[in-house]
Design a protein around this ligand. Sequence first.
Ligand code: B3K
Ligand code: ZN
Length: 872
Amino acid sequence: MRDPDAAPVRLADYRPPAWTVEAVDLVFELDREESEVEAVLALRCDVPGAPLRLDGEALALRWLELDGRRLAVDEFHLTNEGLEVFPAQGLARCRLRSRVGLRPAANTRLEGLYASGRLLLTQCEAEGFRRISFFIDRPDVLARWRTTLRAERARYPVLLAGGNRISERVLEDGRHEAVWENPHPTPCYLFALAAGPMARVSKRLTGADSREIELNVWVEGEDPEPCRYALGAVERALRWDEQRFGRCYDLGVFNVVAAQDFTMGAMENKGLNIFNARYILADERSATDADFLAIESVVGHEYFHNWSGNRVTLRDWFQLSLKEGLTVFRDQEFTADLHSRDLKRIEDVRLLRGRQFAEDAGALAHPVRPAEYREINNFYTLTVYEKGAEIIRMLHTRLGEAAFRAGMDRYFSEHDGRAATLEDFYAAHSAASGVDCRDMLAWYAQAGTPVLAVERHFDAEHGRFELRIEQRPPANVPGAGPLPIPLRFALLDAFGHALPPPAVHDAEAMPGGGLLLRHARHVLRWEGLAAEPLPVLNLGFSAPVRLELAYTALERGRLVREARDGFARWDALQALALEVLLDRAGARPAPAPAEAEAALFAALGALLGDAAAHPAFVAECFVLPDIDTLADAVPVADPLALVAAREALLERLAETHAEALAARFAALEAAAGGGLADAAMAARRLRHALLPLITRRDGGAAARALFAGARGMDERFAALRALLHAGVEGAEAARVRFAAEFADDPLVTDKWIGLVATRPRPEALEAVQALMATPLWLPANPNRVRALLGGFARSNPAAFHRADGAGYRLVAEQVALLDAINPQVAARLLGAFEGLPRWAPAFAGRARAALAPLRQGERSRDVAELLARLPA
Ligand code: B3K
Ligand code: ZN
């Protein structure tokens, strides 16, 4: 085990590798109890005289050979973290052969080689390969890979590794062998294998560059049909990347494997993606619409990594957002192009404002490119992913699609087969566009969300209108300087028409419209206006900032009705709801709360009655800001007061529009039965957004009827949620029936468990504890932990923040237990405390007390690092 107190890794200390691995030849003798790995590394020394050091953890070294000679024990030095080979020093090249033993079945960290069901799988990113073989485990060591897998044929009939399969044969004693070769220079974090009894769905196609490609999606067992939707998503992703980014697939086969035990969502290993089963397996009987959309998006994300991450990889882990932010941007565009751009933007901004802003303002805030880390796995965060994607989106907004595409082409061709930095990326874009956009790098260096405070001035006499914009540093990073902000905006005249851009300004015009603000202060001036216009700022959320601009309730109502794009209309509605909720919670007084509530209800009522309004858009409008978003909007939050205010507002909304809610729900019944077509999904989205409101008034009648007559999982699950969360008659009976029907499906079991954990009542805590005392509690299965404890800690503020502190204690105790099983899962859960510095003192005090015992025992590096950042 590495020392949790060891000095942090610093970006400033980066040095190119002294030794590199040019080629790797691996031979695995696979077995779930005891596997053996023989590795031959062709090594080259680039810094004459440098010692040869290899990373290695939890490996049972059998022997070492250097250039064909077995090494004596005094010829190398072995520690918990790796190996130094003394006779290699001074050599320009050498071949190191090692043999190690591994115990996959005992590997509950799910890092390195591990067992899941009857499968053997690997997970190497970020630093898992060192748990498979001694290696120079860093992303800037790119090698060519040959992997031989040998195993008992009956137990491991399918043997997959990265790259193309070049041979297979039957061995003696019931064993067989497959050999795979990956010709592209690839770092070890992208290595993968999968072995075991698996079935596949498959499709052959011809790439845009005429390459013949076989796509396979595999799952344990005999029935591959639930992989069919994912296979379609792979094909859509492949075609989209060809068309939108001109990127072709580069091997003869693309394999995807679904795993029931997987720490994250999925992993983009070269030619062999390994996925959490929840992002592969789906049919209408067992998956919701949100599941299908998430599958398509994650499949796209991992596929897109083949260029943004794999063909061009990272120089070091500090550059993580170079692949993650960029690839999130690419998957967001994929979904927007295939479905609805407005809706995708709304969803992404909701996540960003609810969760990333909170992360960036909390105890665990960090820059998109942190300056140091102890455990890199702690930095796979919303900040690195989602804020990272926003920075790429700002670049896209600034340059426009054509110049952005030219910059991407240049980046990919200049760095193909290499390890790159963020500087390389912005240099490629600057060179291709002729616009020096390297100033965007400042966004990566500074934590926190900048504020844009805007004042309006109208001089009626001269028809002059001014927007005075001040960029303020994030509250938690007081000294920060101004960042480049691409601002899109519009002014509406009295008739709702958009006015031309400002006549006078001191900012830089962007090709696609809008202005690039570079300074702390800007003034935009319009002349010759007949009446005061209504400005809409940060259109499409063109920059990830907090906008402070005071509107009256009437003006916000106008924006909901008159703004041009769906995002701006939704955003105005959210702002109205936020104002009402914060006022009602006593968190931030509104100038005219009754008017604001009236405007909110009027706008929602109008949307409900507007048969022409897109149902999915209306659904988004009915999803009011969540507690994270509310808490993030005030310097100190009382979570339970926010919960109460939100509950009360939903009650009044349900009452005010009772008839219209029921009418719209009924009117969409036929449309909602149309399978997976976008129109049917939209109808269900709206019906299921309205159902919880309807359930507040009808005692659960509509939800019970929907549950009984459900035409698929989306309806069935929406009905169950409405029933369970409201705790109405029939709720428990429905849960029991649902649980029994899907008892052998772990993913659907996670779904109902998640509902129990998120029931917005303090007693949800006892329900969670009760489940933990049953065989359904599987602490070594990350999906189950996330469903039960993740759902409780992150999505049930009413129970997590319980006034007796029991919610905090439950989570803290479980972090300690889970840390011994899977540190990444434990550390994720601990993240639920990130908001602690901004919780009202009574809550913060109880949370600190709950965390205190955790600070006593021995902890993983993952958990220790986060604990050190949470206030004691
Ligand atoms: N790159 C992986 C995440 C690996 C996480 C390691 N702790 C999945 C993804 O972002 O595509
Ligand atoms: Zn990714």
